[in-house]
Design a protein around this ligand. Structure first.
Ligand SMILES: Cc1cc2nc3c(=O)[nH]c(=O)nc-3n(C[C@H](O)[C@H](O)[C@H](O)COP(=O)(O)O)c2cc1C
Ligand SMILES: [Fe+2]
Ligand SMILES: [Fe+2]
Length: 408
């Protein structure tokens, strides 16, 4: 756990998590930070407390010592959102310091009771309510429901212009001492941009509409600093992460980057032969692309690629009259994240009956993906010259479609 100063009387306490699955599901190859903030007015408030993954906030207490903050002087615990990555330590905290007040939305209060049986000393706040900590630190609470749970609020310090945005504007990627955009070089900023896309596509993508509403709401505030619950703090250029999030939310409609994401699976290499040709064509045409094999690829990375691609190529054989199963599973996940409106093409091998295509058509309709598919190419056994020629024609057509969509 480390502690850094954000701005006057405002500190960030961070802990990095690694070697675990976030939400019990998402691989985080570069880790993730959980950020908590302390604001010292005449009264002291802590926002979204963090702890080690063991749930014991001992390291937090040590850091408070360093800041010369007595645990018992913390008067308010502000819960922006009750998901246990931010709130899991409350009961341990209460054992040591029972007198603090919880400040949260009514929806969070309900969850606080459901999760931790905690019902006392709660101050429920409504949209635009304020809390005066003294010394000029007036906190305003802004409801941003469904970013990413229904209870979510953001907290804005009017004195310093800091928006404590919880999951909004967050990114994966562990952070070190230099966890502020003004301390990072371009390469590091690019790293966090990629990690923000992965975080967005894995964690908040299905809530893209609420994200847009939240951004509209936040844009009425004179924001100088964005201090999210995960990732780096944006102090020099908060507009960058706001713009990135607007971009990610807009990708949901379909047109995104001029890029194609190939997702493929193959049992005995027949489909794979065609996939290799597809990659060559994309390369020759200078089209940016990613390639992920299922089931080997991590879903989180695959999702991020699909989210920012305008085109998707699905390549898989028929398996027991259906799609190669890991492809069906990946598509279900993509559909749950509501990655709508892609330009798409499917190819793949079969042995005797086929069936993958029918299941794919059914899934796309059932999930209302609204993907615009060009004519698929299926081949019996290995792809023959005429199959490869047809595939080339279709890939070139897809490239055209992608370019048209991006430049429309
Ligand atoms: C377990 C298994 C189930 C299969 N089920 C079907 C099927 O229901 N219908 C069909 O046409 N081919 C079926 N096939 C044949 C494959 O689709 C065919 O071998 C294809 O070339 C495999 O392509 P791949 O090497 O890219 O995996 C099946 C193959 C396997 C190994
Ligand atoms: Fe969350
Ligand atoms: Fe979170």
């Amino acid at each position: 756990m480390n502690i850094t100063k954000v701005v006057d009387n405002t500190y960030k306490l961070s802990v990095n998590l690694e070697d675990m699955l976030f939400e019990g599901l998402w691989e985080i190859p570069n880790g993730v930070s959980l950020n908590s903030y302390i604001i010292k007015g005449e009264k002291t408030a802590i926002i979204d407390g963090v702890c080690g993954w063991d749930g014991v906030p001992e390291s937090l207490f040590k850091l408070l010592d360093e800041l010369d903050i007595e645990l018992k002087s913390i008067e308010y615990l502000i819960i922006n959102h009750m998901e246990p990555d931010h709130s899991g330590w409350i009961e341990d905290f209460r054992k040591i310091h029972p007198d603090f007040k919880v400040v949260c939305s009514q929806e969070s209060a309900d969850l606080l009771e459901a999760f931790y049986d905690h019902t006392d000393n709660i101050m429920v706040v409504k949209d635009n309510n304020t809390l005066d900590l003294g010394n000029g630190h007036v906190l305003e609470f802004v409801k941003i429901p469904n970013v990413h749970w229904p209870d979510t609020i953001a907290t804005f310090d009017r004195l310093t212009g800091t928006l404590f945005s919880c999951d909004a504007f967050g990114s994966f990627g562990k952070t070190g001492e230099n966890s502020f955009d003004d301390m990072l070089n371009q390469e590091e900023i690019d790293f966090f941009e990629k990690e923000a896309l992965r975080y967005y596509s894995n964690i908040v993508a299905s809530f893209s509409l609420p994200v847009k509403k939240a951004i509209e709401k936040a844009s009425t505030l004179p924001i100088k600093i964005i201090a999210p619950g995960h990732g780096i703090v944006w102090r020099k250029n908060p507009k960058k992460i706001i713009d990135d999030y607007i971009r990610y939310a807009n990708y949901q409609k379909g047109p995104a980057k001029e890029k194609i994401s190939i997702i493929w699976g193959s049992m005995y290499g027949m489909t794979e032969m065609a996939v290799k040709e597809v990659a060559k064509i994309l390369e020759n045409e200078g089209m940016e692309y990613d390639m992920y094999q299922v089931p080997e690829a991590s879903w989180g990375t695959l999702l991020a690629s699909v989210w920012e691609s305008t085109g998707v190529i699905l390549a898989m054989p028929t398996y027991e009259y259906k799609m190669f199963p890991p492809m069906a599973a990946a598509l279900e996940e993509i559909a749950k994240k509501k990655a709508f409106g892609k330009k798409a093409f499917r190819l793949g091998s079969y042995g005797w009956s086929g069936g993958a295509q029918r299941e794919l058509d059914d899934l796309v309709n059932r999930c209302k993906l609204n993907w615009d598919f060009i004519e698929p190419v299926e081949f019996k056994g290995s792809p023959k010259d005429e199959d490869l020629q047809r595939i080339e024609e279709q890939v070139l057509k897809l490239i055209e479609e992608v370019k048209k969509a991006v430049n429309a």
